[in-house]
Design a binder for this molecule. Structure first.
Ligand code: SAH
Length: 229
């Protein structure tokens, strides 16, 4: 048996175990989400230094002081976003690119915005090596107020914490569109789903979580430039 083959077997087994023990056993029900997370090699999205922790039940550091979310959170946010093949999705906070890859594996066409150019570039390279039914475009931009030019979106996923739901993001949802966003102070947020029905947005809360901050006018000030933090 070649080493390559062996490595593939090992990570495939780790993934199957992650899906059973961390996701299915803890309430993730959407089979398409479980399948996507069984298929996408999470370790590709993590630098060598932390790769051993790719299938651990936790967020893992990536470059630029950011993190790739815990597998359960990725699954839950994807389930709440409910991507269908051909849906146009906006992600704010590309980070490693893993979440965007999961959405494209479910057939969505994703525009993902990231403020750190080096993360955006790494994520592009990783996703390019996967053969996914949906597409992913990654742009370097401040996405804290979304992407008005590309609106309306069938779904918007914010993978960084915001103090409140920016009204601009609600407005960029299509009718029936879903917004998934962690809302709250820097140290603890509530995972929030807002679904647009005409000019009504129905909000539901989905438990506590902790994300790195969304930086910018729709999020928090950059702490390096904020003397009060
Ligand atoms: N979804 C990612 C995890 C994102 S971590 C994954 O699957 O790995 C949050 C990311 O949001 C960080 O990379 C951070 O740089 C980015 N971010 C924070 N504020 C932002 C903003 N205003 N615009 C775009 N990206 C932002």
């Amino acid at each position: 048996m070649g080493t390559e083959e062996g490595a593939t077997d090992i990570t495939a087994r780790q993934r199957a175990r992650m899906v059973d023990e961390q996701l299915r056993a803890r309430g993730i029900r959407d089979d398409r989400v479980l399948e996507a997370m069984t298929a996408i090699p999470r370790e590709w999205f993590i630098g060598e230094r932390y790769r051993r922790r790719a299938y651990a039940d936790e967020a893992v550091p990536i470059d630029a002081g950011q993190t790739i979310s815990q597998p359960w959170i990725v699954a839950r946010m994807t389930e709440l976003l409910a991507p269908r093949p051909g849906d146009r999705m906006l992600e704010l906070g590309t980070g490693s690119g893993y979440q965007a890859a999961i959405l494209a594996a479910l057939g969505a066409d994703v525009l993902s915005l990231e403020r750190h150019a080096e993360l955006a570039q790494q994520a592009r390279e990783r996703i390019a090596s996967l053969d996914l039914p949906g597409s992913v475009e990654i742009r370097v931009a401040d996405g804290s107020l979304g992407d008005p030019a590309g609106a309306p979106y069938d779904g918007i996923i914010v993978t960084a914490a915001a103090p409140a739901i920016p009204v601009e993001l609600r407005d960029q949802l299509a009718d029936g569109g879903r917004l998934v966003i962690p809302v709250g102070p820097r140290n603890r947020q509530i995972l929030t789903l807002a679904v647009r029905h005409g000019n009504d947005w129905v909000e539901t809360a989905h438990g506590a979580c902790v994300f790195v901050p969304l930086i910018g006018p729709g999020g928090f000030p950059d702490e390096r430039f904020d003397p009060f933090l």
